[in-house]
Design a binder for this molecule. Structure first.
Ligand SMILES: [Fe+2]
Ligand SMILES: [Fe+2]
Length: 380
């Protein structure tokens, strides 16, 4: 009998947005149906901010494959014009914009896409494609094109955080500018969403700058600490994970009216982080940690580190799971603590150290003297 029943849509409430796709219809019983048949599950309510996240934000933050592939290619040391052209060639929409941009430079003929990338410049090509794709994703419209075929805006104008991050790392002679650029793109996308859709733009702009500055500071500190950990396997992801660990705060502020006021009140009251998270979860039904980790699914390049974001307040929970992720979460947590209580000290009994290596990091086997030396090397 069951075989003759017309197949229904495979996606049910609560999974549609999370997966973002409609899986193939099946005649047999679905796992979702079995789960939803459990009486206790029916009583669970999906918090409003989580519903809004899937319906309102996910379509605006789901930057398409071309941009992520390009950003990923740039984060490799051997990126070249051939690789960049190969990615762009897969998407003729952007190939056309690239050809127009090269013609706008005065070139009558472009011998090949590879030559065009060289002519325009590798960084400019990346900015062009990512800037246009961000515009389309966030605003949901085609970018304006002038009568002469030129683009009606400068893509670089939308990539200020990405470029600021890259420049800051280049100035420090760090080789990680390109992967940090990709993390900066996330901030640029969120600021574009805030400018486009938020009624509380001014406060959001301030919060975005705060989260970026705290994330960047955390990254600088964690980089120094990681120098003492030769067997750390996730070094490539250290800067972006540090930069994005609190990005859930921006997402919460985009979804929940009054969230920026809540953050300000917490900062003024000086309550502990555990109390802040408890208050946040109780009041809004969701917190920035969960939301930030969920969002990593859509920032495709950073999918591998979503657990480190999810446990950045409780890294010990990863101890028995994945050694590298555990170490990454430890470094983010420690870097963030030091960033919030920054001081260069040579006294092992300095009370500030208790704020750095607090209880959630008690399992971290890292010498106090090494930690003080690493913090002393940090140039903020
Ligand atoms: Fe946090
Ligand atoms: Fe933090």
């Amino acid at each position: 009998m069951a075989d003759k029943v017309a197949p229904k849509k495979a996606v049910t409430q609560g999974t549609q947005g999370a997966q973002g796709v409609q899986t193939a219809p099946k005649a047999e019983k679905l796992v979702e149906d079995l789960v939803l048949a459990v009486p206790a599950f029916k009583a669970l309510e999906v918090p409003q901010p989580l519903q809004d996240f899937y319906w309102k934000l996910v379509p605006r933050i789901s930057l398409d494959e071309t941009s992520w592939r390009l950003l990923d290619a740039f984060s490799a040391p051997d990126v070249n014009a051939e690789r960049v052209a190969e990615i762009i060639r897969c998407n003729p929409y952007y190939e056309n914009f690239l050809v127009q941009a090269i013609k706008a430079l005065g070139a009558k003929e472009v011998p090949s896409l590879e030559a065009g990338v060289v002519l325009l410049g590798m960084q400019n090509t990346r900015a062009l494609v990512v800037g246009i794709q961000m515009f389309r994703t966030v605003k949901g419209v085609h970018p304006p094109v002038l009568k002469d075929g030129k683009l009606g805006f400068s893509p670089k104008d939308f990539l200020k955080y990405a470029m600021k991050t890259d420049d800051a790392l280049t100035a420090r002679k760090s080789r990680e500018g390109d992967i940090a650029f990709a993390a900066g793109v996330v901030f640029d996308m969120l600021i574009m969403i805030a400018n486009e859709y938020s009624e509380d733009k001014a406060k959001l702009v301030v919060l975005i700058e705060q989260v970026w500055a705290h994330g960047f500071r955390t990254a600088q500190i964690a980089l120094e600490i990681a120098q003492d950990l030769p067997d750390f396997g996730y070094r490539r992801y250290l800067i972006p994970t540090c930069m994005l660990h609190d990005v859930g705060k921006i997402l919460m502020a985009l979804l929940v009216p009054g969230y920026t006021g809540f953050v300000e009140d917490c900062q003024k009251s000086g309550v502990t982080r555990a109390v802040r998270v408890y208050a946040e979860t109780t009041r809004f039904g969701l917190n920035h940690i969960t939301l930030g980790a969920l969002a990593m699914h859509y920032f495709k390049m950073f999918q591998p580190v979503r657990k480190a974001i999810l446990f950045h307040h409780e890294p010990f929970l990863l101890k028995t799971r994945n050694k590298d992720l555990h170490q990454l979460a430890n470094l983010v947590c420690l870097g963030s603590n030091v960033a919030n209580h920054f001081k260069k000290t040579e006294n092992v009994d300095d009370p500030i150290i208790v704020n750095w290596k607090s209880l959630e990091l008690s399992g971290l086997d890292y010498d106090k003297a090494d930690l003080m030396a690493a913090v002393s090397r940090v140039q903020l």
